[in-house]
Design a protein around this ligand. Structure first.
Ligand code: BGC
Length: 760
C-alpha cells in the first residue's frame, strides 16, 4: 500500500506517542543517554531498536566493537578531508559525496553519520581545521547543507557539529569562548543557520566548550532559543562525546542525547530529579520524543549491502582531483607531458600523508601511493629526501640534489609530518620542518623545473621557500585515492579547479586572531570580532600570500556583462545577478565565480567585502556561459545587537564579482530604497546620537534639541570649548545634556527623558 509522506508522518507521530506513553521513567532516562559509546538504548518490549551513530566527516569510522570507545574501526573509504572537499566549491560534488557516505553507512550498519563539521577557521593554528570547511560562513553553510541533503536523501541521518564557537582544540572541554552577539551571529552561527535551514540535519552536535561562560551542553540560548525557536530545527541535539556535566540542566537547555554511554550516575540523577520535582517530566518527555522521531526514521532504512570499494575509491580520486589548488605555475611548467624523466623526492610519495588525527581517522579500504602511480607515466628515480625529523639531514638532501640534477623535472612531495594536524591539540606554528625548507631550496637551486606537491589540511607557511620554486600544487590531505588525483593534475588529465576557502597569510602574526588565540587559561576572547579571515586582512590592509578564493588553472577565464535584475530594490526583493564567463584558453576548465557585497556606508562598521554567493562553472575552450546568482535581504544585512535584528541600511551597495577576494573583475552599484524597518530601542542612558539615529525618535527629540541650540552661548552652541558642539554632545546620554544646558523648569533631566520615551 502507498502512503503519502504527510500520512506517513502522522502514523510515525502516532507511533512515537504510543511508545512514549508506555515507557517507564527509568526507560525514558535511559533513552536520553547512550547505551554504549555508539548506540542509543533499545526497548525491545515496545519494538524500539537501538540506533547506531559513527564518525565522521570524510569517511565512516564504524567501531569494530560497538560497545567500546577505543577499538579500531571497520574498513571504509577515506575521502579527502573536509578542508579539501571545500576547496572544490562544488555543491553537486558535496551532494554526491553525501550519497556515497550514506551508502557506506547503510553497508556498515550506521544510522547517523557524525558530520559535517563546520566550525569557522578562526586561526590557521586550530588542530582540527582540516575537518572544517572555511573561514567564511556562507561557504561553510552552503556546502555542508548539500552534504547533509546528500546523506539524508538515502535515509541516513547527519550530525551537524560542533555547535557552537568551537574554533580551537586547546582546553576545548573547559575553555569559554567570549564573544559579542554580532560576531556570534554574523560569523560563527551563520554557517549553522544556513545548514540547518537548507539541509535540515536529523541531529546537531553541541560543542565541548563554554560560550560566554555557559557550557554549550547547558546553553538554552543556543540549543533552544536560536536553534529551534529561531531556525526551526526539528531533530535532536546530541552532546559531543563527554560534553555533558550535569544531565538535569542539559535536558532543560535542550540537549536531548548524552554521548557516550553508558552513564549510570546520570541516569539515576534524572530519575531522582523527576521524582523530587527538580526536573519537569515534560522536559524529559520532550527529549525522548525528539529521539523517538529520529530512531524510527532511521529504522525505516534497512542497513544491509556491501561497500562499493572500487566505485568509491574512484569517487574519492575524482573529488581529490577537483580539490587540488594550483598555487603557482611559472612559465606554464605544469602540466607535465609524460616525456620528461622525473626525480620523485619525498617520503610522502612512498607513504602518503592523506588524513588527519582524531575521531575522523578512517581505516581506509586501500591507499594509493604517488610513487607507484607516477612510475606508470614516466621514467622516474626516487629519493626519500625528507625525514620528518626536527634536524637537517644533509645526506638526504645531497641524494635528492643529485637525483634532481639528473632528471628533467623534480617533483617534491612535501607533507606536514603526520600527527601535527589532529583533533585534541592545536598547532604551535605554520612552518614546515627546517629540513623540508632546506630540501626544497637545495633541489630548486639545481633544478629550475621543480614542482612542490603539498599535503596538509590547513595553512602552512611557504614564505621561506616559495620564491625559489616555479610550481606548487596544494593537494591537501587528499584521502586514500589522493595519489591518483595528483597524477591527474600533474599530467593535465584534470585541469586544476580548486580554490582556497581560507586565506594563506604571509606571517602567522598577521592573522586576525593572533593576539587572542588560544586565549589565557580557560578564557579565549574573540577580540577580532567579525574581522575573521579575509574580512580581517582586508580591514587592516595586510598583504597575504594567497587570498581567499584564489587558485590558478591551466586555462584562463574572462568576465563580462555583469547585470542585475534591478538596480533599485526593496528589502523583500530577491535580486538576480548575472555574469558571462568565457574560457579564453585552450583547455577545458572550471571557474569558481564569487559574488561579494560591499556596504560603503552603514550604521555599524562592516568588512570591506563579504562573500554572499558563488557558483562553479565548467567551460570548453572558447565557450561562454552565463552564471546567475541570487541575493536576498540577508546579503545586505548586518546583525545589530541593539535591536536584536538583521538590518540592512537604505542606500547604495556595491556588487563585486571576482575570482578571489583580491581579484574583482566587475562591479556594479545597486540601491536599497528603504532599509529594514526597526523599532527604536532607547532608554535613559541613550545618547543624543542614538536618539537621532531613528527617524521616529529623532522627530520626538528634534524640537527640544533645536531649542537647546537656539539658546546660543548658554545652550548647545557654546563655542568656548573650541569644539564642534554637534559632535561634542552627540555621545552624551540625553539626561546629562539636558542638565548641562540648565535643565527644564520643574522637572529632573530623567523625568524629561522619561516623558520623551513615553512618546515612543
Ligand atoms: C569529537 C566529535 C566526534 C566524537 C565521537 C569527539 O571527540 O569532537 O567530532 O564526533 O568525538 O567520536
Amino acid at each position: 500500500m502507498q502512503y503519502s509522506s504527510a500520512k506517513r508522518k502522522l502514523m510515525a507521530s502516532d507511533q512515537v506517542q504510543s511508545i512514549l506513553s508506555q515507557l517507564t521513567l527509568e526507560e525514558k532516562a535511559a533513552l536520553i543517554i547512550g547505551a554504549t559509546p555508539w548506540q542509543t538504548f533499545a526497548v525491545p518490549r515496545l519494538g524500539l531498536p537501538a540506533m547506531t551513530v559513527s564518525d565522521g566527516p570524510h569517511g565512516v569510522r564504524r567501531s569494530s566493537d560497538i560497545t567500546s570507545m577505543m577499538t579500531g574501526s571497520l574498513p571504509a573509504t577515506c575521502y579527502p578531508v573536509a578542508a579539501a572537499v571545500a576547496a572544490t566549491w562544488d555543491k553537486d560534488l558535496f551532494y554526491e559525496l553525501g550519497q556515497a557516505l550514506a551508502d557506506e553507512c547503510i553497508a556498515l550498519g550506521v544510522d547517523v553519520l557524525l558530520g559535517p563539521g563546520i566550525n569557522i577557521k578562526r586561526s590557521p593554528l586550530c588542530g582540527r581545521n582540516f575537518e572544517y570547511l572555511s573561514e567564511d560562513p556562507v561557504v561553510a553553510g552552503e556546502l555542508s547543507a548539500k552534504l547533509i541533503q546528500g546523506v539524508q536523501s538515502k535515509g541516513v541521518g547527519t550530525s551537524l557539529k560542533h555547535f557552537a564557537v568551537n574554533n580551537q582544540e586547546t582546553r576545548r572541554f573547559t575553555v569559554s569562548s567570549e564573544i559579542d552577539e554580532r560576531t556570534l551571529r554574523e560569523i560563527y552561527l551563520t554557517g549553522f543557520e544556513i545548514a540547518v535551514k537548507q539541509g535540515k540535519p536529523w541531529t546537531v552536535m553541541c560543542a565541548y566548550n563554554r560560550v560566554n561562560g555557559t557550557l554549550c551542553s547547558e546553553h538554552p540560548y543556543l540549543l533552544t532559543q536560536i536553534l529551534r525557536n529561531e531556525w526551526g530545527f526539528e531533530g535532536f541535539v546530541v552532546s559531543d562525546w563527554g560534553a555533558v556535566r550535569d544531565r538535569v540542566p542539559s535536558v532543560e537547555a535542550g540537549l536531548d542525547l548524552q554521548m557516550p554511554g553508558p552513564a549510570p550516575h546520570n541516569l539515576q540523577r534524572i530519575v531522582e530529579a523527576v521524582n523530587s520535582g527538580e526536573l519537569d517530566v515534560a522536559a524529559l518527555d520532550r527529549a525522548v520524543e525528539r529521539l523517538l522521531n529520529i530512531i524510527l526514521r532511521a529504522q525505516a532504512t534497512p542497513k544491509t549491502g556491501t561497500l562499493d570499494i572500487e566505485g568509491h575509491h574512484a569517487l574519492a580520486r575524482r573529488i581529490a582531483s577537483e580539490a587540488i589548488v594550483l598555487l603557482k605555475n611559472e612559465g606554464d611548467l605544469l602540466p607535465l607531458t609524460g616525456n620528461e624523466t622525473v626525480a620523485v623526492i619525498g617520503r610522502a610519495a612512498l607513504t602518503p600523508v592523506y588524513q588527519g588525527g582524531g575521531s575522523s581517522h578512517v581505516n581506509s579500504t586501500k591507499v594509493d601511493a604517488p610513487l607507484e602511480l607516477i612510475k606508470e607515466r614516466a621514467e622516474v628515480s626516487f629519493t626519500e629526501g625528507d625525514n620528518s625529523k626536527p634536524f637537517i639531514d644533509q645526506v638526504l638532501i645531497n641524494d635528492a640534489v643529485t637525483a634532481a640534477r639528473e632528471a628533467d623535472v623534480a617533483v617534491l612531495f612535501i607533507a606536514l609530518p603526520a600527527q601535527i594536524e589532529s583533533e585534541g591539540y592545536d598547532r604551535g606554528n605554520l612552518d614546515l620542518t627546517p629540513h623540508q625548507v632546506a630540501l626544497i631550496k637545495a633541489v630548486a637551486a639545481v633544478q629550475p623545473r621543480t614542482v612542490v606537491v603539498l599535503n596538509n589540511g590547513s595553512v602552512i607557511n611557504m614564505v621561506p621557500w616559495i620564491d625559489s620554486v616555479p610550481a606548487v600544487l596544494e593537494a591537501w590531505l587528499p584521502g586514500q585515492a589522493g595519489a591518483g588525483a595528483v597524477m591527474d593534475v600533474l599530467y593535465g588529465v584534470v585541469n586544476p579547479a580548486g580554490r582556497l576557502t581560507e586565506t594563506f597569510p604571509l606571517d602567522l602574526a598577521d592573522t586576525p586572531a593572533y593576539l587572542n588565540f588560544p586565549g589565557d587559561g580557560d578564557v579565549v576572547r574573540y577580540g577580532e570580532g567579525i574581522f575573521v579571515g579575509y574580512r580581517g586582512y582586508e580591514a587592516t590592509n595586510r598583504p597575504v600570500l594567497f587570498p581567499f578564493g584564489y587558485g590558478l588553472s591551466y586555462t584562463q577565464f574572462a568576465y563580462s556583462q555583469l547585470r542585475v535584475s534591478q538596480s533599485e530594490f526593496n528589502i523583500d526583493d530577491t535580486i538576480t545577478v548575472s555574469v558571462d564567463v568565457t574560457n579564453t584558453g585552450k583547455r577545458v576548465g572550471k571557474e569558481v565565480v564569487q559574488l561579494y557585497v560591499h556596504d560603503p556606508v552603514a550604521r555599524l562598521r562592516r568588512p570591506v567585502k563579504e562573500l554572499k554567493a558563488f557558483a562553479k562553472v565548467a567551460l570548453e575552450p572558447g565557450e561562454t556561459k552565463t552564471v546567475t546568482l541570487t541575493l536576498g535581504s540577508r546579503a545586505f544585512s548586518y546583525y545589530d545587537p541593539t535591536y536584536s535584528q538583521w538590518i540592512a541600511d537604505a542606500g547604495e551597495f556595491e556588487l563585486l564579482v571576482g575570482s578571489s577576494a583580491a581579484a574583482i573583475h566587475l562591479r556594479q552599484t545597486v540601491k536599497l530604497v528603504e532599509g529594514t524597518p526597526f523599532e527604536p530601542r532607547l532608554h535613559l542612558e541613550s545618547t543624543v546620537g542614538d536618539w537621532m539615529q531613528h527617524p521616529r525618535s529623532a522627530a520626538i527629540l528634534k524640537p527640544m534639541l533645536d531649542h537647546f541650540y537656539s539658546q546660543g552661548e548658554s545652550g548647545l552652541n557654546n563655542d568656548t570649548l573650541g569644539a564642534d558642539p554637534q559632535v561634542f554632545f552627540r555621545d552624551l546620554p540625553l539626561p546629562i545634556v539636558i542638565s548641562f544646558v540648565g535643565g527644564v523648569p520643574g522637572k529632573s533631566p530623567d523625568e524629561v527623558v522619561e516623558g520623551l520615551l513615553a512618546q515612543l
